[in-house]
Write a protein that binds this ligand. Structure first.
Ligand code: ARG
Length: 403
């Protein structure tokens, strides 16, 4: 009899490698591995070979880097998405895309199950489970690591017993996840929030003390709120991110050390390295300051906060995300131009901006000759603006006198 199939989001790491065997043994399922390339820098040919070797009946490798940039990261840029003001949501943005790749594969190979390697303590399980629920509520989700209840030691034992290769760096001190929008590092000595991140927690970004003594400037060109070039030359978003990751890292830009509120009720200490995201969001905010009206700009910040939370909470495939996305897209109609940033010793400073859609009017702003601002109009405006408050004061005074 033909066995039922499960599509597993396969990373090549120990957890999902053990999961291949475990799913077969525990559930009697044929395992189909899906490896999604989001720029995590792992050799995916190697990952694919490993999946076949571990007995998968089908393996697909998908280069989803451009889709990730054009659909997910672009949306995050338009929204200046930072969870709790700091984390650029690299992992959170990746999960719904990986889930979608798995669902498409499940349809292709007629699988009734999907599986992922997230633990029972993190946010990723929520993002996978909810994305699967939104995209394909008929598929049954299995989360082996959440279910199997093995300690790391037991898992390694299991791996050895079944001939599953254990990575040589298995005793590495941290748990990490990465893609082209950023890298997260947690666990190990970082679990003590008081302890400064040791040097080995810096993987992409140079510690500031090692950053060059000379600053470096770069111009980022924007069109409809999304970077479209560097120094005046058109460049694809994916290449812009790669270039700024390298340049920012060199100057010590984009290291984040934060206490984070997880969706599952835990506070955790997280470090992130996201030089490209840091530079792009800094520049994007600035070009918005130049091109958006004050009321749109201020209202947008409220929506940004909500959007960031929603991405973090695994709610990508939802009506609220789509509706907010439509708002952000419209808000970016005139967000175009160029921002010049200077990178120096861990800082990314905006030092210039220009736009054909600029709302800056030098005649209105200047304190020098050429001032066209109508100073006499200010007094009447301010009188009316302050009128409610003057009224309150007058009324209260009268009441106090009476009483
Ligand atoms: N705390 C971050 C988040 O929730 C990073 C999670 C990293 N995930 C991982 N599997 N190591 O998005």
């Amino acid at each position: 009899m033909k066995r039922e199939r499960v599509v597993l989001a396969y990373s090549g790491g120990l957890d999902t490698s053990v999961a291949i065997h475990w799913l077969r043994e525990k559930y009697g399922l044929d395992v189909v591995a899906v490896c999604v390339d989001l720029g995590q820098g792992r050799e995916l040919k190697e990952v694919e070979r490993k999946a076949w070797k571990l007995g998968c009946v089908d393996v697909t490798v998908e280069d989803a880097r451009e889709v990730f940039c054009d659909e997910f990261v672009s949306a995050a840029i338009r929204a200046n998405a930072l969870y709790e003001g700091q984390y650029p949501l690299s992992t959170a943005l990746a999960r719904p895309l990986i889930a979608r790749c798995c669902v498409l594969a499940a349809r292709r190979v007629k699988a009734g199950f999907v599986a992922h390697g997230s633990t029972g303590k993190g946010n990723d399980q929520v993002r996978f489970d909810v994305s699967f629920a939104s995209l394909a509520p008929d598929l049954k989700v299995i989360a082996p690591v959440r279910e199997w209840d093995m300690t790391r030691g037991k898992e390694i034992e299991y791996a050895k017993k079944h001939g599953i290769p254990v990575p040589v760096d298995i005793d590495r001190p941290y748990s990490a996840d990465m893609n082209l929008w950023g890298k997260s590092t947690e666990c190990g000595v970082l679990e003590d929030p008081w302890r400064a991140p040791p040097r080995d927690a810096y993987d992409w970004v140079r510690p500031v003390e090692d950053a060059p003594d000379r600053p470096e400037s770069i111009e980022i060109n924007f069109k409809q709120g999304v970077p479209c070039g560097l120094n005046g030359k058109p460049v694809k978003l994916i290449n812009i991110i790669e270039k700024l990751n390298a340049l920012g890292a060199k100057h010590g830009v984009g290291f984040v050390d934060m206490m984070e509120n997880r969706l599952v009720g835990i506070k955790s200490r997280e470090t992130y390295e996201a030089p490209g995201a840091t530079i792009i969001i800094t520049a994007h905010r600035d070009i918005e300051s130049l091109t958006l009206t004050r009321d749109l700009h201020h209202f947008k910040r409220i929506a940004e906060e909500r959007f960031s939370e929603l991405i973090y909470d695994g709610l990508w495939y939802t009506q609220l995300r789509e509706a907010l996305d439509a708002f952000f897209r419209r808000s970016q109609r005139d967000v175009e131009g160029t921002v010049r940033v200077r990178l120096f010793k861990g800082r990314c400073l905006v030092v210039g901006r220009k736009s054909g859609r600029s709302l800056y009017d030098e005649g209105l702003a200047t304190y020098d000759a050429g001032d066209v601002f109508d100073h006499s109009a200010a007094a009447g405006f301010i009188h009316v603006w302050g009128l409610p408050h003057a009224t309150v004061s007058r009324v209260e005074r009268k009441r106090r006198k009476k009483g």
